[in-house]
Design a protein around this ligand. Structure first.
Ligand code: TXA
Ligand code: MG
Length: 330
């Protein structure tokens, strides 16, 4: 296998993939209302969606992903009014939603009781993670389905997130009812998750909106405390992991070792992929998961990764790389 061609082979057996045109979106909405699983693009990564008001539909997400049931899902909504139906927003929550919605921000609020959400979707927690996505396909689907959609990233649990329909098909094949293909995701990194409670909002997962932009709206964020039982199981230590072992902060790879590089000084070679030759972190974020999947497909047992700066989107990129490099449980 080589990195020269774009058509590196993935197994996409029997997956039902349709371009996200109006008819396909209507079909997807009908499937969702009947309890089906539909993968769709958001501006961050592809999501694996199900009707968040149905325990049976949500159970299919956990099953398809192989996801532990203590790990709650993000509820996607069409507008702020729908978000308020499920969550109780404090002043910071209103400010942040106003500033960044629709967009790649997830707000964890106190959950409104008996609002009709599947308790499986929220893993029985007193809180709920809410997000109003900006991507046209996601918005049209939410409008057409007329349901809140529980949607984790559309990858097998613990593996690399999916930023194209092909990635989704490779992970799930026919176990998803329909994959809506909208091309590659523009941001390529999951939403930033902010916890709202007493005191300053907490950064629970760095993501597509840099900390600096959020702090400009609501002041300094407090850090999520690291506990053994993760409050945001995206905080599970090993996550976003390719099959190969990742070696971080490696400027020079071993001979023949796949190398994920960054910036104008990134070594070139047959086994190197540069996240952004100009050193642009936005471009690097968009390429991260797709490049990890491509290097992983080369087969060898390790992937070397060059240092990536920590500012802006670099915080979230480094977070994903650290988790991808963490020791595996299994
Ligand atoms: O960009 C994204 O956020 C994508 C797209 C599809 O919207 N979704 C996504 O979902 O990344 P997922 O399931 O891969 O990650 C959601 C994270 C998990 O780490 C989960 O533990 C956390 O959100 N989460 C969900 N509900 C929570 C809650 N009530 N409290 C704390 N963390 C929560
Ligand atoms: Mg995920």
């Amino acid at each position: 296998m080589s990195l020269d061609s774009e058509d590196w082979h993935v197994e996409t057996t029997h997956a039902n993939v349709l371009l996200a045109m109006p008819d396909a979106i209507d079909q997807a909405a009908r499937l969702l209302r009947r309890g089906g699983l539909v993968a769709f693009a958001t501006e961050t990564v592809y999501g694996l969606g199900a009707d968040a008001s149905s325990d049976a539909a949500v159970a299919r997400i956990y099953e398809a992903k192989g996801r532990p049931r203590f790990n709650p899902l993000i509820i996607h909504v069409a507008n702020f009014a729908q978000a308020e139906k499920y969550g109780i927003f404090n002043a910071d929550g209103v400010k942040l939603a106003h500033a960044f919605w629709p967009g790649p921000l997830t707000l964890v609020t106190e959950r409104r009781e008996n609002a009709g959400l599947s308790s499986l979707a929220t893993a029985g927690l007193p809180t709920v993670a809410l997000r109003m996505p900006a991507h046209d396909t996601a918005q049209r689907l939410l409008m057409a389905a007329q349901r809140p959609l529980a949607a984790p990233s559309a990858n097998r649990s613990g593996r690399v997130s999916a930023t194209t329909a092909k990635h989704v098909a490779a992970d799930f094949g026919a176990s998803v009812d329909l994959i809506l293909d909208s091309g590659p995701c523009t941001t390529g990194l999951e939403s930033t998750i902010i916890g709202l409670g007493d005191g300053a909002p907490r950064l629970m997962r760095p993501g597509a909106i840099p900390r600096e932009a959020i702090e400009a709206i609501c002041g300094p964020l407090s850090a999520a405390e690291q506990s053994a039982t993760p409050q945001s199981p995206g905080q599970l230590r090993s996550h976003y992991a390719p099959r190969a072992r990742l070696r971080l902060n490696i400027a020079e790879a071993d001979p023949g070792e796949p190398h994920l590089t960054f910036g104008p000084n990134g070594p070139r070679g047959r086994h190197a992929l540069n996240l952004s030759a100009s050193g642009n972190l936005v471009e690097a974020a968009a390429n991260l998961f797709a490049f990890l999947r491509r290097l992983d497909a080369l087969g060898p047992h390790s992937i070397a990764v060059m240092p990536i700066p920590l500012h802006g989107l670099g915080e979230a990129i480094n977070d994903r790389l650290r988790r991808a490099a963490a020791p595996r449980d299994a």
